[in-house]
Design a protein around this ligand. Structure first.
Ligand SMILES: NC(=O)c1ccc[n+]([C@@H]2O[C@H](COP(=O)([O-])OP(=O)(O)OC[C@H]3O[C@@H](n4cnc5c(N)ncnc54)[C@H](O)[C@@H]3O)[C@@H](O)[C@H]2O)c1
Length: 382
């Protein structure tokens, strides 16, 4: 069986998640390609030393150029702060490697466009991380929409909500500082996750009115001091999409201060004949709206059977974050090998750029307190 050799640059939270998924690749049933983590780069030696536990890893380095010079590596997953995306992603492509990029695919629209153009020029296989669509519940939302059962679609709501920043004593990190995270703040952190499914369904926001909030403006630095925390914490975007020649409202929320919410990703689609909703808050539950003499929401408990890439896990067992992350990696490798076979694929460079247009227009909307035409960002990066 063919083996694809993987390198990781940035071995922190997401680097370890990827290592864990590649480490149990054998759990995928009848998957035609093996993927093995061979090399890891991180600036921090303590972070690197964790990877000594991973038996397939042959190269550990603090210099990503050493990893890129390794001829054995086919694909590089890069999970570093947003201010480094552009430089590192371009270097991966110049080294002739394929790229699984972390979101938001550059610190701003200009960087995202530059990465997309470099990807096209290089001919390398490039995708952007966004794992939630691979959950069975989200797959069902997509198939319900595509089935036409909902009738005329009249409203869409999607969001990604965190509450950990409700703890005002939580020390600052790079995700709360504009110079590392980007001016788009929480939208850059959570927005690709929220827009991936709508964009894939053809719902491209045309207009946006953005309410952006800076709620916590300073935080402990973890060393006894207080430092600025200057990113947008919460973003509520009222957007408009066109579906079958009708203007339809689509609300997108990305929030770091959403009381009680721990990594809650959700989508709700309402139509004249039916509706569908799914949230990771209740990970098994798919909700379908039915019209009859009475109107009602029907709950179905979904199990593992609905993942795009079957594994050894029993069909009634529930899925979680590590599972959808592994499914996303399987989709990346399958599409790269030409065996996606109609299944859901990872976010494309085009989709990442489209998400950045929404974020750039949202910044403009918040600044001018007005509705912004997102199409104007086709030609004028912010
Ligand atoms: N897909 C998801 O669900 C998800 C979740 C969280 C974060 N992310 C994204 O993943 C990326 C990383 O986030 P994280 O939470 O893993 O951050 P993290 O801070 O936990 O890890 C980043 C790592 O990059 C290393 N690093 C920094 N500069 C480097 C360099 N020049 N060379 C090599 N290593 C370097 C750091 O030492 C650190 O260990 C970001 O783009 C973030 O938006 C995605």
């Amino acid at each position: 069986m063919k083996t694809v050799n993987i390198g990781i640059i940035g071995g922190g939270l997401m680097g370890r998640e990827a290592a864990s998924a590649f480490g149990r690749w054998f759990a995928l049933n009848d998957f035609p390609v093996k993927a093995e983590l061979k090399a890891v780069c991180d600036l921090n030696e303590n972070v690197l030393s964790w990877y000594k536990n991973v038996p397939t890893v042959e190269q550990l380095t603090t210099d990503y150029k050493e990893l890129l010079a390794n001829p054995a590596i086919d694909v590089v997953y890069v999970a570093v702060p947003h201010n480094l995306h552009l430089e590192l992603y371009l270097d991966v492509l110049s080294a002739g490697k394929d790229l699984l990029a972390e979101k938001p695919f550059g610190i701003d629209l200009e960087a995202a466009v530059a990465i997309k153009e470099a990807a096209e020029k290089s001919g390398r296989f490039v995708r952007c991380s966004s794992e939630f669509p691979f959950l069975p519940g989200v797959q069902r939302v997509i198939s319900e929409v595509n089935s036409g059962n909902l009738g005329k679609i009249i409203e869409i709501k999607a969001g990604f909500l965190h509450a950990s920043d409700m703890d005002f004593n939580k020390p600052v990190n790079w995700k709360r500082q504009t110079k590392y995270c980007g001016e788009i703040g929480v939208m850059g952190d959570l927005g690709m996750h929220v827009l991936h499914v709508p964009l894939r369904l053809g719902w491209k926001p045309e207009l946006v009115f953005a309410q952006l909030q800076k709620i916590v403006t300073e935080r402990p630095d973890g060393k006894g001091g207080i430092v600025p925390c200057d990113t947008w914490n919460n973003a509520t975007l009222s957007t408009q999409v066109t579906i079958e020649d009708e203007a339809v409202p689509m609300t997108l929320e990305t929030k770091r201060l959403a009381p009680g919410e721990t990594n809650t990703w959700y989508i709700e689609v309402y139509g004249t004949q039916g509706g569908v909703k799914y949230s990771t808050k209740d990970t098994k539950a798919l909700w379908l709206f039915k019209m009859g003499k009475e109107q009602f929401w029907q709950r179905t408990d979904l199990g593992f059977a609905g993942v795009p890439f079957p594994t050894i896990t029993g069909g009634i067992f529930e899925t979680g974050f590590p599972d959808c992350f592994m499914q996303m990696l399987a989709a990346y490798i399958a599409e790269r090998e030409g065996v996606l076979n109609g299944r859901f694929g990872c976010a494309t460079p085009d989709e990442a750029v489209e998400s950045h247009k929404v974020f750039a227009a949202a910044l403009q909307s918040a600044k001018t307190k007005s509705v912004v035409n997102i199409a104007s960002y086709e030609t004028q990066p912010a």
